[in-house]
Design a protein around this ligand. Structure first.
Ligand code: PGA
Length: 248
């Protein structure tokens, strides 16, 4: 089984999201070897959950607030996403970290809140090009993991996912080479083992498209892909999922 997670970011409005969900439904896509989930814009999440009722396509939140309810203008909590039927939540996506100044502390609280709410957190980690050029890419990932996992005592039954998403590869058309991505995945797995016995799947994200998706999912340490731009058109999303079904 490989994961195909489609992060639709803020690319599509409510109507466009509904149309894309509708197209995916029409295709009766085979998902024998793929765990497929989509992460729509917040205002469309509930209607996508409804549209996918009875089919094997999961839905997740792009971002969650860590408090369940209250005076938090503009926020939507992990618990509220769970309540409408979401299964997953992205946590610490680099666009949240770098554009919206989300701190390591906030990422940790969101990760905990997602677990508490019964969502599967998808923790995104990744270095900047500056980190990589300074030889600090492994250090950056280890630090991001430490900030979430140090001092935690999650039960063995806990389930979460990690996504390795180098900041420089996201939306740039400059993906991380799959062999290097797999090496970073091994480092993430080794680092995680210091904190938890939970065997979290690790996905790759950053400029994944139809041409390169197989190069990632055919490598053992890479449990799947988190795809942005190439996942917002039904035809290319479906072609990539078919490639996973055939090659993963
Ligand atoms: P991209 O985005 O596929 O557009 O590079 C990936 C992501 O941000 O999850």
């Amino acid at each position: 089984m490989k994961y195909f997670f489609a992060n639709w970011k803020m690319y599509l409005d409510y109507t466009e999201t509904a149309a894309l969900a509708e197209q995916l439904l029409k295709e009766k896509i085979s998902l024998a070897r793929t765990t497929l989930a989509v992460f729509p814009v917040s205002i469309a999440t509930a209607s996508v959950v409804k549209a996918f009722e009875g089919v094997k396509i999961g839905v997740g939140a792009q971002n969650v607030a860590w408090v369940p309810k209250g005076a938090y203008t503009g926020a939507v909590s992990a618990l509220m996403y769970k309540d409408i039927g979401c299964q997953y939540a992205l946590v610490g996506h680099s666009e949240r970290r770098y554009i919206f100044n989300e701190t390591d502390e906030a990422v940790r609280k969101k990760f905990e809140a997602a677990l508490d709410a019964g969502l599967i957190p998808v923790l995104c980690v990744g270095e900047t090009m500056e980190d990589r050029e300074a030889g600090k890419h492994e250090y950056r990932i280890k630090k991001q993991l430490m900030k979430v996992f140090e001092g935690q005592n999650f039960p063995d039954s806990t389930f979460f996912i990690v996504a390795y998403e180098p900041v420089w590869a996201i939306g740039s058309g400059n993906p991380c080479d799959s062999v290097e991505a797999a090496r970073m995945h091994m480092i993430i797995k080794q680092e995680l083992a210091k904190y938890t016995s939970v065997a979290a799947p690790v996905l790759y994200g950053g400029s994944v498209d139809e041409k390169n998706v197989v190069s990632y999912v055919s490598l053992d340490p890479i449990a799947g892909v988190l795809v942005g731009k190439s996942s917002i058109h039904a035809d290319s999303l479906l072609r990539m999922v078919r490639l996973l079904e055939e090659n993963a």
